[in-house]
Write a protein that binds this ligand. Structure first.
Ligand code: BES
Ligand code: MN
Ligand code: ZN
Length: 497
């Protein structure tokens, strides 16, 4: 798909389809007004007949409007002008894109990016539009034996801006939007790929692909022997129940001088989570192929950073294993020694994410990080608390938490902070080891998961994103990976530039 930006008048567009907005109740946007004048009231006449009121997301397709050059005009309801915010804008773009696809047009010229969105500039609108259009056309049919060929014809997309001054920021926004959208697609593809294919070794190959594509990225892959030699006892305890061996993967993106401290991203890469010997119920096990979505987000974010040539040093670490039950697997009551030297009593083998992460969090100390952010589908409790809209955020450094919160708002990929206060730590005390991997009492699951990780992150500024609720949807027609929190992470990186 090809994107471009330009300025121009709607009646002069020689295009298959142009898109203009209409507010409630039948109030024409400035662009629609122009089209109406050129066509001597054609549009207002149609609206007067009651075909479109202007409620958010309504669409009406018109053909060959007098005195205009486009084959079709798609009118899109934009709701109340004063209430047009982030969510409304995104809904409008999504609905419009679906409607254009239905027409079979191969190109569209969208004037929707000229609408005023509360508090948002042209860069934001263009970037969001690109992300949403590419998100709307995403399909994952690698495993369908019959693929729908030429599902849609749409190839060329022109987004308009009000003035020539807007062209330069808009062009940059197209590049950013495309890089983010490609990252989102990559994260979705990896998440959706079934766990009999997407194993730790598969993720290692994906990391290598990124470093082949971008000279600025170098990949290091540690296999099970190297992981053992390093003494990552917690990661090994999770991995040993599976015939699919673990991989510990580091990607280094260098976009700045050596002396600039790196931003480190750590992703949970459990390619399937049965719960291990603390076996999940069948209902709870479905969808556990998505337990590597943290790792997918790290790969995707690094790829986007490399594509955008961001002037930062970024290190991505993904800690990959499969959590299986059986006679070789860890048991509840086992005690293992983590890379940090802390001993861990594994009281529940289903709390495996914190085990693979704690060794990664100790490992990254060697990079002398500016900040460390881990991304994990860590707790069902987080999905229960926030549902699918908001990721959990916990941090030992409030300025970092605030930056991530702001990046979430800016990218419409939002997170919300939970406390990490000391009182909670007590619940992780173990009678026999330095720390237990589940809480007693077991309440406040998301906070306790983060409290466990906090024991391993004392040497640097750290934040934890629990994406158990946001990285995928396990129910309904929309079942699948969402690509979150790639938009949030890329936004954070852009803000750091
Ligand atoms: N991968 C799960 C968390 C999860 C659950 C993610 C549902 C997405 C949807 C994690 O490994 C897990 O099993 N966590 C346990 C922790 C508990 C044993 C302390 C949980 O949430 O039940
Ligand atoms: Mn688990
Ligand atoms: Zn898990």
């Amino acid at each position: 798909m090809e994107f471009s930006v330009k300025t121009g008048h709607p009646e002069k567009q020689r295009a298959h389809c142009i898109i203009v907005g209409v507010f409630e109740s039948r109030r024409l946007s400035a662009i629609a007004e122009r089209l109406d004048t050129a066509s001597q009231g054609y549009i207002s006449n149609v609206l007067r007949k009651g075909d479109l009121d202007g409620k958010t997301g309504q669409t009406l397709l018109l053909h060959q409007i007098p005195n205009t050059l486009a084959d079709r005009v798609l009118l899109v309801g934009c709701g109340k002008e004063r209430e047009l915010g982030d969510k409304e804008f995104r809904d409008i773009i999504r609905k419009a894109t679906s409607a254009v696809i239905q027409t079979g047009s191969s190109e569209m010229v969208s004037f929707l990016t000229e609408l005023n969105v509360k508090g948002r500039d042209i860069r934001w609108k263009i970037r969001q539009a690109v992300e949403i259009i590419l998100g709307t056309v995403y399909v994952f049919d690698d495993y369908k034996s019959k693929k729908e060929k030429n599902r849609f014809a749409l190839r060329r997309i022109v987004l308009t801006v009000p003035t020539r001054r807007d062209l330069i920021p808009a062009e940059r926004a197209v590049l950013e939007g495309q890089a983010i959208a490609k990252g989102i697609s990559l994260a979705k593809n990896l998440g959706n790929t079934p766990p009999n294919v997407c194993t730790p070794i598969y993720l290692a190959k994906e990391a290598e692909k990124i470093s082949k594509e971008f000279q600025s990225v170098q990949t290091t892959i540690l296999d099970e022997k190297e992981i053992a030699a390093l003494k990552m006892g917690a990661l090994l305890a999770v991995a040993k129940g599976s015939d699919n061996p673990p991989r510990f993967i580091t990607l280094e993106y260098k976009g700045a001088k050596d002396k600039q401290k790196p931003i480190v991203l750590v992703g949970k890469g459990i390619t399937f989570d049965t719960g291990g010997n603390s076996l999940k119920s069948p209902a709870n096990m479905i969808g556990m192929k998505y337990d590597m979505c943290g790792a997918a987000a790290v790969l995707a974010t690094l790829r986007a950073a490399a594509e955008l040539e961001l002037p930062l040093n970024i290190i991505g670490v993904i800690t990959c294993a499969e959590n299986m039950p059986g006679s070789k697997a860890a048991r509840p009551d086992d005690i293992v020694t983590s890379l940090s030297g802390l001993t861990i009593e594994i009281l529940n083998t289903d709390a495996e994410g914190r085990l693979v992460l704690c060794d990664a969090l100790s490992y990254v100390e060697r990079f002398d990080p500016d900040v460390v952010i881990d991304i994990a589908t860590l707790t069902g409790a987080c999905a229960a608390t926030f549902g699918g809209h908001v990721s959990g955020l916990l941090s030992n450094h409030n300025p970092l938490a605030n930056d991530l919160f702001d990046a979430g708002i800016a990218s419409f990929d939002r997170c919300w902070q939970l406390p990490l206060w000391d009182e909670y730590q007590e619940a992780l005390n173990s009678n026999f080891a330095d720390i237990a991997n589940i809480g007693n009492p077991p309440e406040a699951g998301t906070i306790l998961g983060a409290c466990f990780l906090a024991r391993f992150t004392k040497k640097y500024h750290w934040a934890h994103l629990d994406v158990a609720g946001t990285a995928f949807r396990s129910l309904g027609k929309e079942r699948g990976a969402t690509g979150r929190p790639v938009p949030l992470l890329v936004q954070y990186l852009l803000d750091r530039c």
